[in-house]
Write a protein that binds this ligand. Structure first.
Ligand code: FES
Length: 154
């Protein structure tokens, strides 16, 4: 069930758009902002408030790669896997991350600290290779930078 805070925030978004379903992405982001991911129940709750079918909401949720449909860690690492980063050393970064974290793409560390995901171009190709941790963008990376970056996130 949506909390009062979630409902109020979603209703605020609904008032900004001409039809309820246009608030779908924002509603999903609100639920995810409170819970870190969007469960099947969350999909149904968003569908109810937006007068959509759960299938419609789920199709929006699964289209956007930053809406998580399964539990994720406290911090999300998005490693750019597009061409500029590939040319500039993605493979070494990826290998080092896998070694430091002990997980593969799509997995979460056993302590729930990090989830590692591939991501299409992060829009900073002239400073490749790049990754994001939560909202923080790191550019011009080498594998040697990663340990210090990860240490910032508990
Ligand atoms: S290819 Fe990695 S930032 Fe564009």
């Amino acid at each position: 069930m949506l909390t009062i805070a979630e409902k109020e925030q979603i209703e605020h978004e609904i008032r900004q758009v001409p039809v309820k379903k246009a608030a779908c992405i924002e509603a999903l982001k609100i639920v995810q902002g409170h819970r870190r991911w969007v469960s099947d129940e969350g999909i149904r709750d968003v569908a109810d408030i937006l007068e959509m079918s759960p299938e419609e909401v789920d199709s929006v949720a699964t289209f956007y790669n930053l809406i998580f449909r399964q539990p994720v860690g406290r911090h999300i690492i998005l490693l750019c896997d597009s061409i500029s980063c590939y040319v500039m050393g993605l493979r070494a970064l990826h290998q080092q991350l896998v070694q430091l974290l002990g997980i593969q793409y799509g997995q979460t560390t056993p302590d729930g600290r990090f989830t590692l995901l591939p991501n299409p171009c992060l829009g900073t190709c002239d400073h490749a290779p790049a990754l994001m941790v939560d909202d923080d963008l790191y550019r011009d990376l080498s594998a040697d930078d990663l340990e210090a970056i990860l240490a910032k996130y508990t």
